[in-house]
Ligand binder design. Structure first.
Ligand code: DC
Length: 232
């Protein structure tokens, strides 16, 4: 596992949001970014973009070496906007296709490869440290690997049923609820059980189980946590 050099000059507040799929990370991150004037970076979109490129090039996402080779001529850019990140893959806006089920599963498979993660983590650190205004960065390993010295770490969790309900409400036409739940369980297992940077809360993360909470309650609680962080 790699960790951020501790002598890097940090330019702004760093808020790390981690947790499983459907726990509300994107909504919380967007709210925090708006409230505190931070740049919002969704790291999952980077894994999705690389997975899309692998699929398009017929590279098996299970082949770590082949996927890593792909990174040498790949540029992924996140452009934060009001409605989430716009994602450019080698200059092409691929935002609209990154959430389809095939890309979703492929992203989870791409993310198990250690060397691919190292490439991602380096890119994510550069993006985060370059944000003069500070950043809220959302993913699976932000508090444990990308920014182990983040100013505040929130780990959002919820039961798989609650997360499935929320996702289904967002995309009812896309697929059956049962399929969605099964895919979510698959991804959960891969994210939590992989050897490289498995999904887990950092020791100093504040764990927020949102199962029985309304969205407003979650947003309020997360904002209160960030408001309490001493500014340097
Ligand atoms: O957050 P998301 O659903 O868009 O992420 C897509 C996939 O990428 C997810 O299955 C896990 C992986 N991922 C990761 O391993 N590490 C991150 N920091 C972000 C996402």
């Amino acid at each position: 596992m790699t960790s951020a050099p501790q002598n890097e000059t940090r330019r702004g507040l760093i808020v790390a949001i981690d947790g499983p799929a459907g726990a509300g990370k994107s909504t919380v991150a967007a709210h925090l970014a708006r409230t505190f004037g931070l740049l919002n970076l969704e790291t999952g979109a980077m894994y999705r973009a690389l997975a899309l490129k692998a699929l398009r090039n017929k590279i098996p996402v299970t082949d770590g070496e082949a996927v890593l080779a792909l990174t040498t001529n790949t540029t992924i850019t996140l452009e934060p906007g009001a409605g989430g990140n716009r994602v450019l893959l080698d200059g092409e806006d691929v935002t609209a296709i990154l959430r389809n089920p095939e890309v979703t599963q492929a992203a989870s498979q791409v993310s198990v490869h250690g060397p691919v993660r190292v490439w991602m983590v380096n890119a994510q650190r550069t993006l985060g440290l370059g944000a003069a205004t500070g950043v809220v960065m959302e993913g699976r390993d932000i508090g444990t690997v990308v920014f182990p010295d983040a100013d505040v770490k929130i780990f959002l969790d919820a039961s798989v049923e609650a997360r499935g309900d929320r996702r289904f409400a967002q995309q009812p036409a896309a697929e059956s609820k049962e399929n969605l739940l099964n895919e979510m369980r698959d991804r959960d297992r891969r994210d939590r059980e992989r050897t490289e940077s498995p999904l887990r809360p950092a020791e100093d993360a504040i764990v927020l189980d949102t199962t029985g909470m309304t969205l407003d309650q979650v947003l309020e609680r997360a904002a209160a946590i960030v408001a309490n962080v001493p500014r340097r």
